[in-house]
Design a protein around this ligand. Structure first.
Ligand code: SAM
Length: 354
């Protein structure tokens, strides 16, 4: 047997330790958000580097152990979220381009997504029992649903705090993906008169569309407890209901991060309802979803898409799909054609034509 290269062996050991401890990334990230580290550094004199002792004065805790704070900062540097500048007096820290995504009020902030996912109530606890997923029946309760004894949507409906966390998380995705959607699909939106955002949450996506295309009649449809908490937007109307019962008529229907929450039979029901609600000629369903394993995807994109896939398995019972799986699903719902529009986002747009 060939002897292992000791350097490679050591690297492999380190990689396994990194896999074992990858939960540290999530928790350090959440802790830094809670302590306001990204916001404080971002806000410091136009984002200038900040010393540890200055940062320590802003931490919202009664007493500060600066040595421990420093250890966290060093880990954040290794995560690529902060940069350390060594000076003669005291080390200073600044945000990297990656860290900017974790500023709460940043245009492209993923803070609310992090707070919803790295959260006990939303299901962190389930991940300890992940192996059970391999024995759960398809279509039966997910790990999250077993934990709470009800469907994910019922649970959200009964817990205003979780409802807020989920809606805020979805809004943070909206801020990232909708400018790319508007840019990639603007020519389609120019040519239609009405659009329904099915499962459109509290309406942020639709408001962005309404602002960019004032001629469009824009409607958000979602469960009553969701639309009840929606802010009023000019030129956006809200309808509460169950999409398995009713989908409002429109020239086009937007389904953003919706179908990945359901298994194929649920998706086919939703898509059939959508097909009935749009014109036979010129109607379209615009599906904004992840497509797994696209040829150009790099390792980061592949990993993030597959993480979301497992998240769907644990939480809602849905899944992310490959291009082939999307084609089969859309054909099964009776659509005659589809087109994939790549956009600068983790999701693509899949146009389904009746
Ligand atoms: C993952 S969120 C996506 C929200 C939004 N499309 C977005 O991307 O920000 C799924 C949405 O589907 C809604 N939903 C779940 N079941 C529904 C139903 N039966 N009828 C209408 N909306 C539903 C939820 O309330 C939630 O807002």
């Amino acid at each position: 047997m060939e002897e292992a290269d000791p350097q490679q062996e050591l690297k492999s050991q380190a990689q396994i330790f990194n896999h074992i401890y990858s939960f540290v990334n999530s928790h350090v990230l959440k802790c830094a958000i809670e302590l306001g580290i990204f916001d404080t550094i971002h806000g410091s004199k136009g984002g200038k580097p900040m010393t540890l002792s200055t940062l320590a004065t802003t931490i919202p805790l009664n007493s500060i152990n600066t040595r421990n704070l420093h250890r966290l900062m060093v880990y954040l540097v290794h995560m690529g979220l902060l940069q350390k500048n060594v000076t003669l007096e005291e080390d200073e820290f600044s945000l990297t381009q990656l860290g900017e995504f974790l500023v709460k009020d940043g245009e492209k902030s993923l803070v609310n997504w992090a707070l919803a996912i790295i959260n006990e109530a939303v299901g962190m606890g389930c991940w300890h029992h992940l192996s059970r997923c391999c024995s759960l029946e398809s279509g039966g309760p997910t790990l999250l649903e077993e934990m709470h004894g009800m469907s994910a949507w019922e649970y959200v409906g009964k817990n205003p705090e979780v409802n807020r966390l989920i809606n805020d998380a979805m809004a943070s995705d909206t801020k990232l993906v909708m400018p790319a959607f508007i840019q990639g699909c603007g020519h389609v939106l120019e040519g239609i008169g009405s659009l329904v955002d099915l499962g459109g949450g509290t309406g942020m996506a639709m408001n962005m569309v309404a602002e960019a295309f004032p001629h469009l009649k824009c409607t958000v449809f979602d469960l009553p407890h969701v639309v009840e908490t929606a802010p009023a937007y000019p030129n956006v109307s809200f309808v509460g209901g169950d999409m398995f019962e009713f989908v409002p008529n429109a020239d086009a229907i937007l389904l953003k991060f919706m179908l990945h929450n359901w298994q194929d039979d649920g998706c086919i029901k939703i898509l059939k309802k959508c097909k009935d609600a749009i014109p036979k000629v010129g109607g379209k369903v615009m599906i904004v979803e992840i497509i797994l394993d696209l040829e150009d995807d790099d390792e980061d994109l592949i990993r993030s898409k597959h993480s979301l896939d497992l998240d769907m398995m644990v939480a809602t019972g849905g899944k992310e799909r490959t291009e082939e799986e999307w084609k089969v699903l859309i054909n099964s719902a009776g659509f005659s054609g589809l087109e994939i529009v790549p956009i600068m986002a983790i999701q693509s747009v899949i146009m389904a034509y009746p």
